[in-house]
Design a protein around this ligand. Structure first.
Ligand SMILES: [Ca+2]
Ligand SMILES: [Ca+2]
Length: 250
């Protein structure tokens, strides 16, 4: 796992002064607006925002990131080349890094535990999940995830069903990011609109589900007792699961 070095002391105070001009801060948000340096970064993924500068110093690079507060959560800065590259999510990865050079910094948005996300390892993969117990309808649940820079959980690989079975323990049904709202019977994952494959459909639904009961069930829940997935009326309110995905999370 990566080791972390928090920007602190005088440097941290300088950050605070600098950031005070750009965003309205309270003590509660101070932490989220500081950057931490990833001192061991052989295994991570950063989603680049395709924005870079040269002849920039570290503070300037951080300032560029802060100006894009709603989309920038990490950056790399190379002291030798003075190249600054902005990115969004930064998450642990099993394989290669997507950024070759430079020190890596990230904000508290890295699997933001302050926002109730938890970093969970299952098998060889680490997941950043939020098991929300608030009861929302499907649209509101999706918006709640987006507001936390995440999306409703998807199950595009069989292992992700095991992840839910293992870690989702406090509720019986939760919205996941799958629906056939656009076309009846054609289920698409909410995050990238890809189709639910026939293999995954037969794996995730059993029995009569999805049954489009009452001709009004277009959104999908994980149901711990029965199916394991079940289509339900999108206006039904239930808990939900948010997921941060490094490369497709925004
Ligand atoms: Ca339906
Ligand atoms: Ca159903």
């Amino acid at each position: 796992m990566m080791e972390l070095e928090r920007v602190s002391g005088l440097q941290g105070f300088t950050w605070f002064l600098l950031f005070g001009f750009t965003v309205s801060l309270s003590l509660g948000t101070f932490w989220e607006s500081t950057f931490q340096k990833v001192t061991t970064h052989s295994n991570f993924q950063m989603r680049s925002l395709n924005l870079s500068w040269t002849n920039e110093d570290l503070m300037g690079c951080a300032t560029h990131c802060l100006k894009l507060k709603d989309s920038c959560y990490s950056f790399t800065y190379d002291v030798k080349t003075t190249v600054c590259v902005l990115g969004s999510w930064l998450l642990p990865a099993d394989t290669s890094t997507s950024v070759a050079t430079g020190d890596v910094y990230y904000t508290g948005a890295f699997c933001n535990t302050d926002a109730n996300f938890t970093l969970l390892t299952f098998g060889n993969t680490t997941y950043c999940l939020y098991f929300a117990l608030d009861k929302f309808n499907y649209t509101s649940a999706s918006q709640a995830c987006l507001a936390r820079h995440s999306h409703l959980y998807t199950l595009k690989e069989p292992v992700k069903l095991d992840v839910l079975k293992t870690f989702l323990v406090n509720t019986n049904d939760s919205w996941v990011g799958l629906d056939d709202r656009a076309e009846e019977g054609v289920f698409r994952w909410l995050d990238d609109k890809t189709l639910l494959t026939s293999e995954m459909k037969s794996f995730l639904f059993t029995g009569v589900q999805p049954d489009n009961a009452g001709d009004k069930e277009d959104c999908v829940q994980y149901d711990t007792y029965r199916y394991p997935l079940n289509d339900r009326d999108c206006s039904y309110t239930s808990p939900f699961v948010c997921e941060v995905t490094p490369l497709t999370g925004l």
